[in-house]
Design a protein around this ligand. Structure first.
Ligand SMILES: Cc1cc2nc3c(=O)[nH]c(=O)nc-3n(C[C@H](O)[C@H](O)[C@H](O)COP(=O)(O)OP(=O)(O)OC[C@H]3O[C@@H](n4cnc5c(N)ncnc54)[C@H](O)[C@@H]3O)c2cc1C
Length: 373
């Protein structure tokens, strides 16, 4: 029996590490990722201000895996109905049980001129490009105030301060508040932290189109820019037809294939969309690990009995964390923390994750980097 995991982000790496421990030993476990490295995407915005931390946000997958075999290849197509994937080399990889954890692409919503003129923020190259092209004066417009937009705007405002540059950072959000979908108290604290950083926040500001020097809002307002960064949403990736499929509560898409992390669209018990986040991806990776192991054990037992019951995924947020320049905002239960307390929570959570995926040394480096030796 072969179990295949596609994508080694938060969902895929968490799942693979779990399966290494829980799958029967005679099951082959394959992890396919196009980069061969695990990107700590929730730290990517830090590279925008400090490109020298680029190496700290990448972990070599071969150092983190035990029994899984790693295939460093691009997946060009997955057919969950046929339980097979096509790799860029042209090879067809058939699997008995699999999980799609390929994350997302940037969503430009088909807005005229936005894909052509804006820099997205999803990969290391994007962060390095934003740093390299940062203007010493004029205006940077960041479109979209979700977790990535908030954090990149905070870093750019700090970068301007560190360089004594007069660059204005404007963060646009079409919804009435920043951090849409998050609790109200968290949104308010983030708005205050952004204002303290000197970021100009425009809510209810919907981008209509852009050209090489201006972003135009649906209200008709023109905003000239020197740099335009787009963090305005996520879309499905081409290997699964640009779709983010809706999965069943057990995160199963077909009999053989699960989807976890940002690649899936998941709603909680109240019918609310679960926010795409590293935290959610990790929790879903663990949940798929439990269900996949149960199915693998059943498949091997060959006793002809009923399929085992799968555990439904229940979204339980332990709170939310976001950094805004050198500061952070954390919601832990009903309490919103800011300043040093929030930063300590953020660093602690990051270090715990690194130690969970077997990168203890990086966890220590992160702590020293944030707090000093
Ligand atoms: C700047 C920024 C800041 C963020 N901050 C936070 C934060 O503070 N807190 C938080 O919870 N979330 C944050 N997020 C969101 C978080 O990073 C994502 O929700 C999370 O990465 C989703 O995890 P995932 O495993 O689903 O996908 P990903 O982490 O995107 O992993 C997908 C994996 O699939 C691989 N892959 C993709 N396509 C292919 C292909 N065709 N073939 C082979 N391999 C492929 C990629 O190499 C990657 O390893 C932030 C995001 C950004 C961009």
């Amino acid at each position: 029996m072969r179990v295949a995991v596609f994508g080694a982000g938060y969902a895929g790496l968490t799942l693979t590490r779990k399966l290494e421990r829980t799958l029967p030993t005679d099951v082959e476990l394959v992890l396919v990722d196009e980069t061969g490295r695990h990107l700590l995407q929730h730290q990517l915005h830090r590279v925008v201000r400090r490109p020298d931390v680029a190496e700290d946000v990448l972990l070599d997958l071969s150092d983190l895996l035990d029994r899984a075999s790693l295939r460093v290849e691009r997946v060009t197509d997955i057919s969950p109905a046929d339980s097979e994937a096509t790799l860029a080399s042209g090879e067809t990889l058939a699997y008995d049980l699999g999980a799609i954890c390929l994350g997302t692409a940037t969503n430009f919503h088909g807005l005229d001129g936005v894909r052509e003129h804006a820099i997205p923020l999803l990969e290391l190259d994007d962060a390095e490009r934003i740093h390299a092209e940062f203007p010493e004066d004029g205006r940077v417009v960041v479109g979209g105030a979700g977790l990535s937009g908030i954090q990149v705007a905070g870093e750019l405002a700090e970068l301007a301060r560190e360089r004594d540059a007069s660059t204005e950072v404007v963060l646009l959000e079409q919804e009435p508040a920043v951090a849409p979908g998050f609790p109200r108290a968290f949104q308010d604290a983030v708005a205050t932290a952004l204002a303290d950083e000197g970021v100009v926040v425009e809510t209810g500001a919907e981008v209509d189109h852009a050209d090489d020097e201006t972003v135009v809002l649906t209200s008709g307002t023109d905003l000239s820019y020197d740099q335009f960064v787009w963090t305005g949403g996520i879309a499905g990736i081409d290997a699964i037809d640009d779709d983010r499929p809706v999965v069943r509560r057990d995160l199963r898409l077909t009999d053989s294939t699960f989807v976890a992390g940002d690649a899936a669209r998941v709603v909680d018990a109240d019918g609310q969309a679960v926010p795409a986040s590293a935290q959610t991806a990790i929790a879903q990776g663990r949940a798929v690990g439990t269900n996949l192991t149960r199915l693998a054990e059943h498949g091997l037992s060959d006793d002809g009995g009923f399929e085992p019951r799968l555990t439904p995924y229940v979204h339980e947020s332990r709170g939310w964390l976001v950094s805004v320049g050198d500061h952070a905002v954390a919601q832990v239960g009903p309490q919103v923390l800011t300043g040093k307390a929030a930063k300590a929570v953020k660093t602690g959570v990051g270090a715990r994750y690194l130690s969970n995926v077997g990168a203890t040394e990086k966890g220590l480096e992160l702590l020293l980097d944030e707090f000093g030796p």
